[in-house]
Design a protein around this ligand. Structure first.
Ligand code: CMC
Length: 389
């Protein structure tokens, strides 16, 4: 009823009141529950940030230890859910495998589907936090044609995930503490970002009272697109193409500026940040350290740095306030860690999971939540009579 506002892309529409994440796009500020992202990235852990996002406050040492124990205990997947992975083609992209398996959690864990039962919501929270890394590692193993490893609950979430991806039953897997730390930090940087496309999707699906597994499965599919989480994979593809064609970064930039065939500088620009993305600054620092240590692809890193430098000086990018976003350098780090490009967006999903959970719970707990139901401006035919064939 009343006036309908046309706002494609929801550029000016707030879909929620939220106390979770604060962004000031003009100043390049990001805070989770009030804490600056820079402080969390430097001093905190992904598990601690997960607790913070979901429960609103940083945990005490005891709360964190209990939370850790609870989530570690639930890492195993139902054995029949494991069989599910056999149904996908070997070359399947792991993102739809992940979203399908997360959707299937609704069928295996039917005692945690009621959105209004707080115990059930807690159970599905722990289950998702514990099982999504296992599912992600299984999706990877499937794509490699390697046997899946059962989780080892002596290890924490990040360690278990790395072992699940890179370990093989035939020999012990040695964790590299520098990789564990870097991945933990990258997950913190991705953990929430207010009403982005996937989070808004989780809330919209959840507003129909769909359970948390179903809602988050939808969020994973939204994240898959190259304009959103799929950008980290798209950046590497772009860098490889520039390398393979022996193109100068300057020449590639000319194509971008001419909008040739819709080419964009992937990993640049953001709906909210009209300044340097604070996450990208931290990622750049990580890339400098880790690529020097692990010996990443120097040529691709060099192309990326030249593109960035060129863009920061170019009127096209300056006028439109286009800066590197979180995805610009992450792919190079993931590659140096040994992940194939197909896994990059899965790593984003692992990081974003606590944010999706926190936002879904905030939506369900908010008495002012209504089913998400946008209106439209009808532009079709006026009434006309059916003429007969
Ligand atoms: N390269 C070249 N031009 C660009 C780019 C880019 N990466 N991004 C925006 N523009 C131009 C665009 O062509 C438009 O120009 P004009 O005013 O002449 O029509 C102007 O900048 C505004 O762009 P928009 O598409 O209207 O802005 P948006 O807020 O709708 O889109 C975005 C935001 C992130 C989808 C877009 O910047 C983009 O496509 N970037 C590349 C993909 C990418 O890196 N995505 C990851 C985003 S951050 C992490 C995440 O959310 O997952």
């Amino acid at each position: 009823t009343g006036t309908v506002t046309y706002d494609p892309g929801f550029m000016n529409t707030a879909n929620a009141k939220s106390a979770i994440t604060y962004i000031d796009g003009a100043e390049g500020i990001l805070r989770y529950r009030g804490y600056p992202i820079e402080q969390l990235a430097e001093h905190s852990s992904f598990l601690e940030v997960t607790y913070l996002l979901i429960y609103g406050e940083l945990p005490t040492a005891e709360q964190l230890s209990d939370f850790d124990t609870l989530t570690r205990r639930l890492t195993l997947l139902h054995e029949e859910l494991k069989g599910f992975f056999g149904g996908f083609p070997r070359d399947a992209h792991p993102m739809p495998v992940l979203s399908s398996a997360v959707s299937a959690l609704s069928t295996f864990y039917q005692d945690s589907l009621d959105p209004y039962d707080t115990d059930q919501v807690e159970r599905s929270t722990y289950r998702l936090l514990a099982k999504v890394p296992t599912i992600a590692a299984y999706a990877y193993k499937k794509s490699m044609g390697q046997p899946m490893l059962y989780p080892d609950n002596e290890l924490n979430l990040v360690e278990n995930f790395l072992r699940g991806c890179f370990g093989v039953p035939a020999e012990p897997y040695e964790l590299d503490p520098a990789i564990v730390k870097a991945l933990d930090t990258l997950l913190i940087l991705h953990a929430d970002h207010e009403q982005n496309c996937s989070t808004a999707t989780v809330r919209l699906v959840g507003s129909s009272q769909a359970n948390m597994f179903a809602s988050i499965s939808a969020g994973i599919n939204a994240l898959f697109g190259p304009a959103h989480g799929g950008a980290n994979e798209a950046v590497l593809k772009m860098l490889r193409e520039i390398q393979a064609e022996g193109m100068k970064p300057e020449d590639f930039m000319e194509k971008v500026k001419k909008k040739e065939a819709g080419i964009r500088l992937m990993g640049f620009g953001h709906r909210v940040y009209k300044n340097y993305d604070p996450r990208a600054r931290i990622v750049k620092g990580l890339a400098d350290d880790l690529l020097a240590r692990l010996g990443g692809d120097d040529e691709l890193f060099d192309i990326a740095q030249r593109l960035e430098q060129k863009a920061l000086e170019d009127d096209y990018f300056v006028e439109r306030k286009l800066y590197p976003n979180v995805d610009f350098y992450t792919g190079l780090i993931y590659k140096a860690m040994g992940f194939p490009e197909k896994m990059f967006t899965v790593l984003f999903a692992l990081g974003r999971l606590p944010g999706w959970i926190a936002q879904w719970r905030e939506m369900i707990e908010d008495p002012s939540t209504k089913i998400g139901r946008p209106r439209q401006l009808y532009v079709g035919a006026a009434e006309r009579n059916y003429p007969g064939i």
